[in-house]
Unconditional design. Structure first.
Lengths: 165, 238, 701
């Protein structure tokens, strides 16, 4: 299956790969990620195994982050029934401010704050916003840094591939 | 176009046949999986759709004799004879293959789990810390921090699902590590929410002696002493 | 919340729904089969339960097996078997599950455990189609299980009986079952089965109250609404066959218009009207049906039923027109089917179904299910709802999950290998050092030295040899005095020499006195030093032993691990290959299922086509016999049939003789008994892949 997945990742992300740089964690299991949701409950990404998970790392001080979150909101709504989960993970240090930013967003999917410092490192987040795709088996399949309007289409294409599995 | 001259009678019968509602069979007869999926991985007890005979005149009890065309069975088996209960040959072979494979993967996974622990945490240096809950009232565990010899070794955030598992009687192995023989100190804190949204923060510590075998320590969150007041107790499983 | 002091409920299998894929965010975690409350006596058993309660079946199995191997579950033997059995069951590993339960039966276990083992064995046999064995196993259960399991047991037994056509027994059993108030789900299923059994025995009137009860229940849950439809459909068609169309209609009209059974219901309503001679009314549902997917047999029949109704209303022109319409539709659909079959055979169908960038052949199922508007998906919606397909899909998903798990391990193996290499190198450095040390015999030498020194001290103490413990200066002085004494012995006794003798005697006395005074303290000091030395020696000896041990186990240890790592790596790789192959096979099977489905549809349409042509011809015949032509849009056909009519044999019966136009009751293909609701879970948490009552995608709304 690893062979399949690798070949498959290469093909399916052929388009996306041109836009994105190589993400070194592709093909590896997603590192443990747990943080607090706005309702006060902890959310762990691995509990969504069986679904395709999109994790968006964002910060309140980055403008394109907001645009991306909006785009993700649309995608989340459309594909929820097919088994897609979108999670926004805020990487601001100041938790109070992070909560404020999060509440100010008008998205339906979960936004997490008070993320452990190690998370950014674990996921090799080097730029914001950054998006990672986790497949149904919990394996990282790709990442996208920064955001432009046309990226939304690309996300959808890649996600449909993952949802097919 | 079929010649129809000799077969006006047949045509007429065909019409009669046409009129039979049994041509369409109620859904219940045809989809074996219309059974709720609660059943244990049901094998295909009813023959699959395409196994039904294309046309069995006998299936139409009162059809006029000489009917050319039997009502097409829309993927429904005719009144099923007592089942032999064997799924079609090629599906079964694959099914068995899949089962064998699953079993092998399960076994392999266990071997890997064993290897990993034996290699990284051999019995003579292993230390394991467990968390258990014995709470009568509602209590949502939020986080747990562990320090051994003043070094933080674990900081675990509990999701609602995990907290629930603890309440049901599950025990979480929150830390696995290695320690040298001798005396060590364990310090633990937990935070959580009780009824009426009240926050709880408690701590506990224990000095323990690491001998030559594996050491198990249990952090018990309990409200035994005073109900609705979760407290910490550490048990050393000698 | 359960107030149970670390009480882990002893467990049994949960629901068949627990698949290898964990359904996320469970609203209600799987209900656990309670034996008697047991305290967790082994921490590691509790650890396994921690994962079990979260629905992580695979993880639970792994841990239970591993912990058992290490002997950490000694207080929970029977429970472990029970739990493992249930988990294997949910993974579809019937053989393994069976083995676990059979193990339990050989132990001296409490009756409750024995009962559960028999019950689950019964379930397994039933799932594999061995009905006799299943029945025997179920009947081995003595006394009662928990209410939920009891309900399931009754249900299982009734299913077994019904599948064997032993309806009387099934009826008796179902009539005797009394569920609890909170078991309304099971009750509905029991009523449904009871109704169906009675219908099979021809007792439609007796069946009515049961089927109507199910057919009128209010529920938001998908499974129950589906059951409701099925009950109404069954009742409706039973009445139709019983020549009671007026009773059939209300039942059929309760079937959901947007549900998976609506087509058949519409068809049935039409027949109910037709049976009562109301052909105009019948046209309404039948014409509605014609707008739906032609690949549904009810729709196909509607294509013929509409002109039939027109014919009955003596609207021959419209009847002929609609027959021709039917024929045309069937023709074009046949062409489409042929094309699709070709594409499957070529392997190009899947490519067409997929969007250009998603070339993953394994994933086309989702698209077909979730995108009813895809033009090709309608060919296969029957297939998608089919049992074989759903099982295949589940298998495929399970395999994908397992593959992912193994992939994670493959990464770890690399890390282990590195670790072992590092260890090996470290050992390679230290081993010669250790060997040299051990070979040097230094420790022994020290031991000997210690013994000698100890002996010497004893002697000195015993002999009171104060001089021996003097300082260097004192011993020096003493030595000089001793030499002087010796010299003086040989000297003459004169005044000078005597003075020296006296001085020497005094000096010796003073020195001796000094030495004697410190002797005890010095002895004590020496002894203390020896004690410290002893301690150091002991520690050194311990360490020596440990080094020896480590040294002797060193090459074995790393080598052993290295061998294990190698072997497991190979197994991992092999298994991945097997997984890929089986997935391919699975996919191939699904392709052939698709092909078969399309062939079957083609055949069915062909059959209907023939009927349509016959019927059309007969209309022309009738028209010809009654005088005049039938004006149809396709005049060519009219002309042709007219020509043929010249050859009609005189002895043929006129078409419009009163015929048994009434629907003749036909042997009703048996509704299979319902298999039961999901006990105690919220169906919203079911893995959608398993839900087989997925409605076929209807025409775009």
């Amino acid at each position: 299956m690893a062979v399949l997945q690798a070949a498959f990742a290469a093909l399916a992300f052929a388009c996306g790969a041109q836009a994105a740089e190589k993400y070194e964690l592709v093909g590896q299991p997603a590192p443990d990620l747990v943080a607090r949701g706005l309702s006060g409950e902890n959310v762990r990404v691995s509990e969504h195994r069986g679904e395709v998970v999109v994790v968006s790392f964002w910060s309140g001080s980055c403008n394109t982050c907001r645009a991306q979150l909006e785009a993700l909101d649309r995608i989340a709504k459309t594909y929820a029934t097919a088994g897609l989960t979108v999670i926004g993970v805020n990487l601001d240090d100041n938790v109070a401010r992070a909560e404020k930013f999060a509440r100010a967003q008008d998205v339906q999917f979960q936004l997490l704050v008070a993320t452990a410092k190690s998370t950014g490192r674990d996921y090799r987040v080097d730029r914001l916003p950054m998006l990672v795709f986790v497949d149904r088996a919990g394996v990282l399949r790709g990442a996208h840094r920064e955001y432009k309007k046309r990226d939304e289409e690309m996300y959808v294409r890649e996600l449909r591939t993952l949802l097919n599995e | 176009m079929l010649k129809s001259f000799k077969s006006v009678r047949v045509a007429w019968m065909a019409l009669a046949v046409l009129a039979l509602p049994a041509l369409s069979v109620p859904a219940m007869a045809q989809d074996p999986q219309a059974a709720a999926p609660a059943d244990v991985a049901p094998a295909a007890q009813t023959p699959p759709a395409d196994a039904a005979p294309a046309g069995t005149p006998a299936a139409i009890a009162d059809a006029p004799a000489g009917t050319l065309i039997a009502p097409p069975v829309d993927g429904t088996p005719p009144p099923a004879p007592p089942e032999s209960g064997e799924p079609p040959a090629d599906t079964r072979a694959l099914d068995e293959t899949v089962q064998d494979l699953k079993k092998d993967v399960v076994d392999l996974n266990k071997e890997l789990f064993v290897l990993e622990e034996e290699l990284l945490f051999p019995a003579n240096t292993q230390v394991a810390v467990f968390v258990s809950m014995d709470i009568g009232e509602f209590f949502a565990l939020d986080s747990l921090t562990l320090k051994i010899d003043n070094k933080e070794v674990a900081n675990y955030l509990y999701t609602p699902r995990e907290a629930e598992a603890l309440l049901k009687g599950g025990v979480h192995r929150v830390y696995l590590g290695n320690l040298k023989v001798g005396e060590h100190q364990l310090v633990a804190f937990f935070e959580g929410k009780g009824p009426n949204n009240r926050d709880y923060k408690r701590g506990a510590n224990l000095k323990f002696e690491k001998g030559v075998g594996a050491k198990y320590l249990e952090l018990k969150i309990t409200d035994r002493q005073r109900k609705a007041q979760p407290e910490f107790a550490i048990k050393d499983w000698e | 919340m359960t107030k149970l002091s670390r009480i882990a409920v002893a467990v049994g299998a949960t629901l068949a729904l627990a698949s290898a894929m964990v359904s996320p965010a469970l609203a209600a975690t799987p209900e656990v089969d309670k034996l008697s409350p047991t305290v967790v006596r082994d921490l590691h058993f509790g650890d396994a339960l921690f994962y079990y309660y979260q629905g992580e079946d695979f993880e639970t199995i792994t841990r239970l097996q591993a912990y058992r191997q290490w002997g950490r579950l000694s207080h929970h033997d029977a429970e472990t078997d029970l739990l493992l059995g249930g988990l294997y069951l949910s993974l579809g590993l019937h053989n393994e599950a069976g083995e676990r339960f059979e193990t339990l039966l050989t132990q001296s276990v409490p009756e409750g455990v024995r009962n559960r083992a028999w019950f689950y064995l019964g379930k397994i046999w039933y799932a594999r189609g061995y009905l006799d064995r299943a029945e025997r196993a179920i009947k081995e259960v003595q006394g009662r299980l928990t209410p939920d399991l009891e309900a399931e047991r009754m249900h299982l037994l009734s299913n077994i009986l019904m599948r064997q056509q032993r309806f009387d027994e099934a009826i008796a059993l179902l009539n005797s079952w009394k569920g609890r108030k909170d078991q309304s789900d099971w009750l509905a299923y029991a009523q449904y089965n009871l109704g169906v059994a009675l219908v099979r025995k021809g007792l439609v009137t007796e069946a009515d109250p049961f089927l109507t009860s199910v057919g009128t229940l209010e529920s938001g849950r998908r499974e129950l609404r589906s059951l409701k439809d099925r009950a109404n459909l069954a009742l409706g068609y039973a009445y139709l066959q019983n020549n009671q169309p007026e009773l059939a209609k209300p039942a059929l009209e309760r079937v959901r218009l947007d549900g998976p059974y609506s087509n058949k219901a519409l068809l049935g309503v039409g027949w109910a009207d037709a049976a009562q001679g109301q052909f105009q009314d019948a046209l309404t549902p039948w014409m509605a049906l014609r707008d739906r997917n032609l690949l549904d047999s009810a729709v196909q029949e509607a294509y013929l039923a509409v002109p039939y109704a027109f014919a009955k209303l003596n609207a021959n022109a419209q009847a002929a027109e609609n027959y021709e319409k039917a024929i045309a539709s069937f023709d074009s659909e046949t062409v489409n089917l042929d094309n699709s079959i070709t594409e499957i055979n070529d392997g190009t169908m899947l490519d067409k179904l997929l969007k250009p960038d998603a070339r993953d052949h394994y994933g086309w199922f989702w698209q077909l299910r979730e995108l009813p508007n895809a033009p090709e998906s309608r060919y296969l919606y029957h297939l998608l709802a089919g049992h074989d397909f759903q099982e295949g899909l589940k298998n495929y998903r399970d395999l994908a999950f397992l593959g992912g798990t193994l992939a994670k391990w493959q990464d770890s193996m690399v890390a282990f290998q590195d670790m072992l290499d590092t260890r090996e190198r470290a050992y390679a450095e230290r081993v010669p050092q250790a060997d040299a040390l051990l070979a040097s015999g230094k420790l022994d030498k020290y031991g000997v030295d210690r013994a000698t020194t100890g002996g010497q001290l004893d002697q000195v103490e015993q002999a009171g040899d104060v001089a021996a413990l003097g300082t260097a200066a004192e011993r020096d002085q003493w030595a000089r005095i001793v030499r002087l004494e010796a010299a003086l012995l040989a000297a003459p006794h004169d005044e000078e020499t005597d003075v020296i003798r006296e001085k020497t005697r005094l000096a010796k006395g003073v020195l001796y006195w000094r030495l004697a005074e410190s002797f005890k303290a010095r002895v004590w000091n020496e002894r203390r030093t020896l004690k410290d030395l002893d301690q150091a020696l002991r520690e050194a000896q311990n360490r020596w032993v440990r080094v020896q041990k480590a040294r002797s186990s060193m090459p074995n240890n790393t080598g052993e691990f290295a061998a294990r790592v190698d072997a497991l790596r190979k197994r991992l790789d092999d298994t991945q290959v097997r997984l890929a192959n089986v997935a391919k096979q699975q996919n191939g099977l699904l392709e052939s299922l698709a092909r078969n489905e399309l062939e079957a549809q083609k055949e069915r349409i062909g059959t209907y086509q023939i009927q349509a042509r016959f019927a059309l011809a007969s209309i022309y015949d009738r028209a010809a016999l009654g005088g005049g032509t039938v004006k149809t849009p396709s005049n060519g056909a009219a002309t042709e049939s007219q020509g043929e009519l010249e050859n009609v044999q005189p002895d043929q019966q006129p078409v419009d003789q009163p015929a048994t136009d009434q629907p003749a009751p036909t042997e009703q293909p048996a509704p299979p008994p319902a298999d039961g609701p999901p006990p105690a879970t919220d169906p919203a948490t079911m893995d959608p892949g398993v839900n087989t009552s997925q409605p076929p995608p209807e025409t775009p709304k």
